[in-house]
Design a protein around this ligand. Structure first.
Ligand code: UD1
Ligand code: CA
Length: 461
């Protein structure tokens, strides 16, 4: 049987340098909370029930924000240091045996492959602990690594404790570790507070292990970016850029065409199918799912929407909580508010707004319309400027338009109202009463024609 792996993510700190009232791990980059990215990376080596986030500052908010990932939580009441934070997981069955990976919640660029690499290196070296290190030209702020002649880590010296001759050491501690559980828990119990700060430092563990003859290995990575934590909002913006570039690259490699990918913003939770084409400046947000062979025009903003295969969104559309069936098309300049559903081969044109409205298969609303709280059948034509008056100042009312109805331009449908199957509505009508199937409904002022009226007016001068 293979040895189980679990992960502990430290996320109890506030992050003072963010200058925020919100806990650092709740800030967002790449369309997700920082902590969510770390959970995603941890998922590469451990199932959610073996991942524990240590929370403290704004524990309830942090828990609520990531609960849907199905992970476990441990509360660190007082922030007494990274060693104390890991100790908050003592006694939890998922970390009692096997290998325990320790990660930081503010380190969202870490890739699952790198954690896997750490784990493999740890197994090869056969040490009690292995930590990820890297070399930095400017190591300020980081713990410095001391190795012995055999390359083992003997000590980590924190910036504040560095003697002047230690400061130039360029190999730094990433804060990402793999421990043998049976070595970790006794070593943590032996941890003593740092005399200067009073905090319990996880970085004292290699020295404690060494006292009982246990060794610590280092897994050195060449690219430092991945392991750098976020401290300020400047770094947050930089990390956001990197995460989005990674996501667009991943999608392109999976068969999605992205024009000017550096301008496109695609959130972490978005999925896009093969042969879909995404134009410049498009934003795909939240849990949007885009099928295969879709086309999304420049500057469209799409949030929590579902697009089935072959759907088209033209430029400058804004869509939230809406759905496009296969072959449906919307825009340019359309707005789909929550609950809009454009069915198969249906078309929505420019300056059309839909809210809680089903536009049935093959139906069209091509110009300048508002359709709210409406159920529209198949092959219906909604003329330019049609408005459903769904709100009477007190409540919202439904409009039903049956199959093959033809609604003339500039019609005003005062809800609740029903337009029968195959019926016609004369252009410019105000419809307040139901129109039966196959009937013509017309409700507008009569037209007068006064012969020669204009000519007489001109002649009068
Ligand atoms: C830590 C390491 C340092 C390493 C650096 C890498 C220690 C003592 N130092 O320093 O060697 O180079 O990370 O980024 O470990 N946290 C808690 N509870 C606490 C304290 C911290 O959950 O009581 C969490 C923080 O929210 C954060 C992480 O642990 O996610 C790291 O803490 P931080 O204070 O940023 O450590 P550094 O000083 O950066
Ligand atoms: Ca830090």
């Amino acid at each position: 049987m293979s040895i189980p792996v679990s992960a502990i993510i430290l996320a109890a700190g506030l992050g003072t340098r963010m200058r925020s009232k919100m806990a650092k791990v709740l800030h967002r980059a790449g369309g997700a909370h920082l902590l969510e990215h770390v959970i995603g990376a941890a998922r590469g080596v451990a199932p959610p029930d073996r991942i524990t986030a240590v929370i403290g500052h704004q524990a309830d908010r942090v828990r609520a924000a990531v609960e849907n990932h199905g992970i476990q939580f441990a509360v660190q009441r007082e922030q007494l240091g990274t060693g104390d934070a890991v100790s908050a997981c003592r006694g939890l069955p998922q970390h009692a045996e096997g290998r325990v990976i320790v990660l930081y919640g503010d380190c969202p660029l870490l890739r699952p492959e790198t954690i896997q690499g750490l784990l493999e290196h740890h197994i090869e070296e056969g040490c009690a602990a292995t930590l990820i290190t890297t070399h930095l030209d400017d190591p300020t702020g980081y713990g410095r690594i001391y190795r012995d002649g055999a390359g083992r880590v003997v000590r980590i010296v924190e910036e504040k404790a560095c003697l002047p001759e230690e400061k130039p050491l360029k190999e730094i501690n990433s804060g990402i570790y793999c421990f043998e559980a049976e070595a970790l828990w006794p070593a943590l119990a032996a941890l003593r507070p740092n005399p200067a700060s009073g905090e319990y430092y996880l970085t004292d563990i290699p020295e404690i292990l060494a006292k009982t003859g246990l060794k610590t290995a280092a897994y050195t990575v060449d690219d430092p970016h991945e392991i750098l934590g976020i401290n300020t909002r400047v770094e947050l913006a930089e990390v956001d850029r990197v995460l989005r570039a990674r996501r667009t690259r991943e999608l392109m490699l999976s068969g999605v065409t992205i024009e000017q990918p550096e301008t496109v913003r695609i959130d972490a939770g978005v999925e896009v199918g093969m042969d879909t084409v995404i134009g410049p400046f498009v934003q795909l947000r939240g849990h949007t799912r885009v099928g295969e062979g879709c086309s999304i025009g420049a500057c469209a903003i799409i949030e929590n929407c579902g697009l089935e295969d072959g759907a088209t969104v033209e430029a400058f559309c804004v869509m939230v909580d809406s759905r496009l069936a296969a072959g449906a098309s919307v825009g340019p300049f359309a707005r789909l508010r929550p609950g809009a559903f454009v069915d198969e081969q249906a078309q929505v044109g420019n300056f059309v707004e839909l809210k809680k409205t089903h536009l049935g298969p093959g139906s069209k609303a091509m110009h300048l319309s508002y359709l709210g709280d409406s159920t529209i059948g198949r092959n219906v034509n909604i003329g330019a400027g049609t408005i459903t008056c769904n709100y009477d100042g007190k409540g919202k009312h439904p409009t039903t338009i049956r199959d093959r109805a033809f609604v003339g331009s500039n019609s005003t449908l005062v809800a609740p109202v029903e337009i029968g199957e195959g019926s016609y509505i004369g252009a410019g009508s105000v419809i307040t009463k139901p129109v039966p199937a196959d009937a013509l409904g017309i409700g507008r002022g009569q037209q007068f024609v006064k012969e020669d009226w204009a000519k007489h007016r001109r002649e009068k001068g």
